[in-house]
Design a protein. Sequence first.
Length: 260
Amino acid sequence: METWLIVIGAAVGVLLGYPMEILVERVPVKLSPGPPWMVCGTCGKGFSTISSISPMAIFYHAKRCRHCGSERDWPLRPFLLAVVSGIVLAGASIRFGANIDLVAYDLLAAGLIVLSAIDLEHMIVPVRVLYPTLGGFAVLLAVSSLVDGRLEHLWVAAASGLACFVIFFAIHFIVPQGMGFGDVRLAGLLGFASGWIGVPQVLVGFVVAFGLGAVTGILLMALKSYGAKSRLPFAPFLCMGTFVTLMWGAPMAKVWFHAG
């Protein structure tokens, strides 16, 4: 295990916190991600570009607009995004090591963190984030497969992604109020990502995702903060399931399914 690679992964993840915040804040309302990056949603006035891109913007996000005094939503979100991203990218460094696979899965991780944050707040999985993530990840994975002579992994990944898309589309078709089409698209991407590692890992990822979603829903209902007919954003659970299976899917599949 190369410590320097883990440190770099964690540092890059932390620095991505504020760029992620820009996407999370602007993509759902169809605003440009270009400067000025810190803009008040009430008065529309922005802060300076230098202060917006400063590393300190990760750790401090003004709670109130200095121009009109209106309170901002989620002032700690850049910090939380940075922490989660740092942990996930450090984990990817441990899992994949210094090769093209790591770059591909780092890109995937960044996109999934943004999608999860957006779904938590807005209950949508925007294609403006999902499609670029899928495109970049697929290209990098194809390059890795060609360089390392692992084209069979690419075909298995593509078949896994297609199968997951079809299964989730069927669920969406039967129970449209219980499964949004954004989750269907996301399932295809995650099936592709985990299928490149192995088909058993695909199963582990989705079992974990549905398990976490079910447990969370039951706990929220027990706390009376969530009704039986309420919708729970599912993208974060899908993404957490994928992270779990990419990190520990092989031993889990061996225990659960006697695979591997």
